[in-house]
Design a protein around this ligand. Sequence first.
Ligand code: C5P
Length: 221
Amino acid sequence: MNRYGVVTFDGPAASGKSSVAQRVAQVVDLPVVSSGLLYRAATLVAERASIDVDDAAAVMAVLAGHHVDLDPAPGGNRVTIDGDEVTEALHTDEVDALVSAVARHDAVRDWVGERLRSIRPPFVIDGRDMGSVVFPDATHKFYLTASPEVRALRRVGERAADLERVAAAIRRRDALDAKQLRPASDAVRIDTDALSLDEVVTVVLDRLRGTPTVGSVGRDG
Ligand code: C5P
């Protein structure tokens, strides 16, 4: 029996939360769930239906007509829409550009929250408001931050694109995501600007294993 319940990692786009969540999950032998995939899947459904993503009722109506499923498989999360695997189609520039508008709607957030709460713990999960809104009783909560410049550099490493364009897209997404980016007051905050992925993972594992570290880690920690 694993001694962890729900372990949450929240933070802005490209703050490293999903890489850290994956590595930590592997070490503590838990499945990892990427909550952003459900927002991306909702966006893909809306995009395919060519509806106005600012219209919450239209988004919910089109979502009601499809069965969206997230499988936290050990080899990586798989998302299906009506049984068809769409995981690869969720990380396109088109979905990136529309997802914040879809994620702003309270009804969409409830739709995602419901799906996430139906996954049986224990698991590690990353998102924007996992520790504050969806899983307020999580056993361990982490909030990762990094400057827009550092996050843009990390993203450029993942996708072939030029730095300035990526930095601008990240700033735009930060502004659009501001409402949903809600750090839990009891989360351990880690500023990852000056830390490698391994170093962040070590800080997190120390915390999980009960080794005392300061409440805020990184540049100001
Ligand atoms: O984490 P990822 O970049 O895949 O998330 C895509 C988008 O989904 C975010 O930019 C944000 O708009 C939304 N999101 C959210 N709440 C979450 C996870 C993602 O609003 N818990």
